[in-house]
Design a protein around this ligand. Structure first.
Ligand code: ADP
Length: 544
């Protein structure tokens, strides 16, 4: 027997209509690529999103068409998010930090019809334009005054000259009725970074994005409301800035977009000026901010919580945020295939009741699933492993915003109904999950496993270390042994001995790396993660 309530689709356009109606004064602040700070309200954004939908319709964009963006976090990108998905087309965000060949591949694979670009990324587009047969036009996300002088020559596609976003938008009115359609329809397309092989597309639906937004704003998840002032440093070009533009719109939270400047000084200024209380980003961004604050003897006054994900948050960072700035670090974990939210380690009543030292032991973990996500760990054969906090296995996930198959693939991406995340993890009796490693990065020494992440987290606590990378490299006796590479803090010179000694008493003796090297640079992926494949290759003969 069915329930007897109304059936209605969960659509992204409804979020903006809700914000326009009930949070009409809610602010959206952007540091623009052109320079000045831009400020408007959800009501203004909603009006402009409707103008944009009319503009896109006049360009022939239809239900299901892909519209791509290469853009920073800012209000025009936000308008695209809502106009493109709202009209039933697919918002395809592209990570400009990928290699040009990967961007070319992605644009070809998605068969994007339009490409909307911030001024910073025009050189990439000029280079790729001849290779993109499906692309019809470029929209430059700026006003007339900032259109490049040679735009006609360098950005035309066939007979179609490039469009200036602002001047074209101004020609369209804000009367637009968002269409209704099944919420199963694709809304947002994101590609994985593809450290091995080609990037793969994940197509989120309206339904999955709305459910993800509902789950993320809950008090014991991100706890967002009209009281919040949110600064997403995590980019809108990668997994929808962890879904935050939708979550903020759902709640009417004030949103602050950092544009192209994500260095410590720029972030500290924006946080202070706008009174941001909730920040989100990857560990490298926070290393930069904390460094700046330390060197300039400054404190964060308005921030209450910072979400850190994408890579493991080191204990030293958790402590510095807490003890110097009185900020609770929420460790989070997820991935492109999960829209991306999987787990959050939030300040529950129980965690806050614990003495700091005990609390930190929880905060080092990536946390517990938000309602909607199910987790389990399994062995090589797929048998479930115990949640005892020490047994580790392949981390499998399930849920309404978890991938079923990659974009344009005929094959399911699942194993008996579960998605294998490619991470190795433990889960404790209270449900706290801790990432041990990526399956391909875990170090296999004499038949036992060593977590490279655990060793890195310890190494960054060393007073001379800025960033650390541990990889397993071939060893004649043990198969693989850990090798530590560090970047020193400015004006510090750690010795090999002090680096290795630093592990003593913190891990089992056989986990301690056999050698340590100080390097000037470490390679990173387009999403800021250590590119360990390349580090392993460079140092593969180190112990041979
Ligand atoms: P994102 O870069 O947004 O995290 P990706 O899909 O590019 O999304 O990468 C997902 C992978 O990043 C995860 O499978 C995991 O290996 C790693 N990761 C994400 N968050 C964490 C975290 N808090 N700690 C350790 N690893 C993490």
């Amino acid at each position: 027997m069915s329930g007897s309530l109304m059936q209605g689709p969960l659509l992204i356009s409804d979020l903006l209509t809700h914000a326009e109606t009930f949070h009409s004064h809610g602010e959206i602040v952007s540091r623009t690529v052109e320079g000045p700070i831009h400020r408007y309200t959800y009501k203004d954004a909603s009006q402009r999103a409707k103008q944009l939908a009319n503009l896109l319709e006049s360009l022939g964009v239809q239900h299901g068409d892909r519209v791509a963006s290469l853009a920073w976090n800012g209000y025009r990108h936000y308008e695209l998010y809502f106009a493109v998905s709202g009209m039933g087309a697919i918002m395809h965000t592209i990570n400009p930090r990928l290699f040009p060949e990967q961007i070319e591949y992605i644009l070809q694979h998605a068969e994007d019809k339009l490409l909307c670009v911030d001024l910073s990324f025009l050189p990439i587009v000029q280079r790729l334009l001849p290779q993109l047969p499906h692309l019809e036009r470029i929209i430059v996300l700026t006003d007339d005054a900032h259109m490049p002088a040679d735009a006609q020559q360098t950005l035309s596609k066939g007979n179609h000259p490039p469009i200036c976003y602002e001047s074209e938008l101004a020609k369209h009115n804000a009367e637009y009725e968002w269409p209704r359609f099944s919420d199963d329809a694709g809304a947002v397309l994101c590609y994985t970074s593809g450290t091995t092989g080609k990037p793969k597309g994940v197509l989120y639906s309206h339904r999955s994005q709305i459910l993800h937004a509902y789950a993320s704003v809950q008090p014991d998840a991100m706890n967002l409301s009209s009281h919040s002032c949110v600064l997403p440093v995590v980019p809108m070009f990668h997994v929808s800035a962890w879904g935050v533009p939708y979550s903020c719109t759902l709640t009417g939270a004030k949103m602050v977009f950092p544009g192209a400047r994500m260095d410590g000084a720029a972030l500290a200024e924006l946080i202070e000026d706008e009174k941001a209380d909730f920040l989100l980003g990857v560990p490298t961004v926070w290393l930069g901010l904390l460094d700046y604050l330390r060197q300039n003897d400054k404190k964060l006054h308005t921030v209450q919580r910072v979400v850190v994900g994408g890579s493991a948050a080191p204990l030293a960072m958790i402590k510095e945020f807490q003890e110097v700035h009185d900020v609770f670090l929420i460790h989070a974990w997820g991935m492109t295939e999960m829209s991306p939210l999987g787990t959050l380690c939030t300040p529950t009543a129980r965690l806050l009741s614990l003495p700091l030292d005990q609390r930190y032991q929880y905060q080092r973990k990536q946390g517990r699933p938000v309602f909607g996500v199910a987790l389990k760990i399994v062995d090589a054969k797929g048998e479930a492993l115990p949640h005892d906090g020490s047994t580790f296995g392949r981390l499998m996930v399930k849920g309404p915003w978890v991938i079923e198959r990659y974009y344009r693939s005929d094959a399911s991406a699942l194993e008996n109904g579960w998605f294998d995340t490619g991470d190795v993890a433990t889960i404790d009796p209270e449900g706290y999950m801790q990432i041990v490693d990526r399956t391909k990065d875990v170090i296999k020494s004499g038949g036992e496993w060593i977590s490279s992440i655990e060793l890195e987290n310890i190494a960054v606590g060393h007073p001379d270390v800025q960033e650390a990378c541990v990889v397993g490299v071939p060893h004649p006796k043990w198969d693989e042994r850990p090798l530590l590479l560090v970047i020193a803090k400015p004006n510090h010179q750690p010795t090999r001995e002090s680096l290795l000694q630093y592990f003593e008493g913190k891990v089992a003796k056989w986990w301690i790396p056999d050698d340590a090297i100080v390097v000037k640079e470490l390679p990173h992926t387009a999403t800021g993660k250590l590119l360990k494949i390349s580090v392993r290759e460079t140092h593969q003969k180190h112990y041979l």
